[in-house]
Write a protein that binds this ligand. Sequence first.
Ligand SMILES: Cc1cc2nc3c(=O)[nH]c(=O)nc-3n(C[C@H](O)[C@H](O)[C@H](O)COP(=O)(O)OP(=O)(O)OC[C@H]3O[C@@H](n4cnc5c(N)ncnc54)[C@H](O)[C@@H]3O)c2cc1C
Length: 448
Amino acid sequence: MFGKSVVLLERHSVVGGLNSFYSQKGIKFDVGLHALTNYPSEKSGKSSPLLKLCRQLRIPIDSLKLHPQSHSRITFGTESLLFDNDFDFFLSQVEEKFPAEKDRFLSLLSQMEEFPAYSVDAKELSTREILREAIREPLLGEMLLCPTCYYGSARPNDIDFPTFVMLFDAIFRQGLSRPERGIRAILDPITRKLRELGVKRKMKCQVEAIVNNGSKASELKLGNGERLSADFVISTCGAVETQSLLKPTGSPEPPTEGRFSIMESIFVYEGQPGDLGWDETTLFFNDSETFHFDEPKGALDVRSGVICLPENYGPDVHAQGARSKLRITHPANFGHWAGLPQKDYEKEKASWEERVLANGLRYLSKEESQLEDFHAKIILRDTFTPRTIKKYTDHRNGALYGSPVKRRDGSTHLENLFLAGTDQGYVGIVGAMLGGIAIANNRILRPG
Ligand SMILES: Cc1cc2nc3c(=O)[nH]c(=O)nc-3n(C[C@H](O)[C@H](O)[C@H](O)COP(=O)(O)OP(=O)(O)OC[C@H]3O[C@@H](n4cnc5c(N)ncnc54)[C@H](O)[C@@H]3O)c2cc1C
């Protein structure tokens, strides 16, 4: 849009990375879209980063046909907090369930408003420590950590405070929605725009090396044997992954590897979630009063997880007619899944699928008979593991949110190489797009 000549290099055959799409037996799946955060509601409207980035990318927000969530739930043991896209409702829930914390929670909100979370110099403080000081009932702090960690933490059992503040705004203050056509409603207009603007898009084209002299990147070596030179290089493949591409030598300060990964099972079933009495769009759960969010020692940790019911966005989002999807996500161990021979891998996936389903249904319904009834409705199942994430995105350790140490200004030790997206500290769908825009604007179009 601003007169630069741009080439986009992608190792996979489709765009989107962790936000991509695929189909199986004629059924379309989104890879990463559970919820689009930062819903531009009437209240949050003008300040919504989603609205701002759509304007910057010249994508009319109405073309996304956003359907707001019904409501979501955080359940820890026997305690639950509900939220929807009206922040006052969430405030009333906190007041009802934790009446003694009302004033302290409001002070925490003021502390968050004053914190420069969006600044490139934001200090990466521990949210757990801040919550411990701000709130007396530990359970409330644990419940606040759960959705924010699942939507973007690379740190075990914690989240850095700038990311917590950004995600708290994105999830609770602004809220969740889903485009009617899923992730393609976002990817299609972007790829169309790239075509119109003359951007060269090279798919199935892996960058194999970023050749540099220790201060500047001079050339990219591609998997197809081609060599490219450019004034600037923006890498979105991750800090650790970018470091491994630097030739002949990498950064003198190698980035820290992330280890948090997930397994997700998707069950396509006949009917609608409402038929089964399931009315939330997203359910964040934990089996006790202490939140578990870490790489498990075994294959999977089913003590906590996330359930998504995509058909519960808006009144009319029934893209597959009478079919719906139940998606259940848990922390998973990369080493375990990566090391299994193919036959055992498939067997273990199938056996965990069953355990995950039985466990998940306990949080959706109190009725014992539901598992059997639900089995009869299942049309198709699909499960992906940390090994799948590594295969399709090449993220080290199948890491979902990259390195626990972020580079908010996107800089690297090379003057013309920048990081954008997750390892810049901008997570999720909205974050990935905002991060790219910030780097293009601040580092290339208006440097300094
Ligand atoms: C199951 C799941 C559910 C999710 N749910 C949500 C959600 O509900 N809401 C939300 O906002 N976010 C969600 N996310 C997170 C979101 O998808 C990510 O935060 C976001 O995609 C990160 O974008 P990115 O551009 O930083 O990196 P990525 O999406 O990982 O993109 C990196 C790209 O680089 C390519 N690449 C890697 N190495 C090379 C190379 N050497 N040469 C060329 N190309 C290369 C990869 O193929 C990939 O396309 C979810 C993710 C998953 C997996």
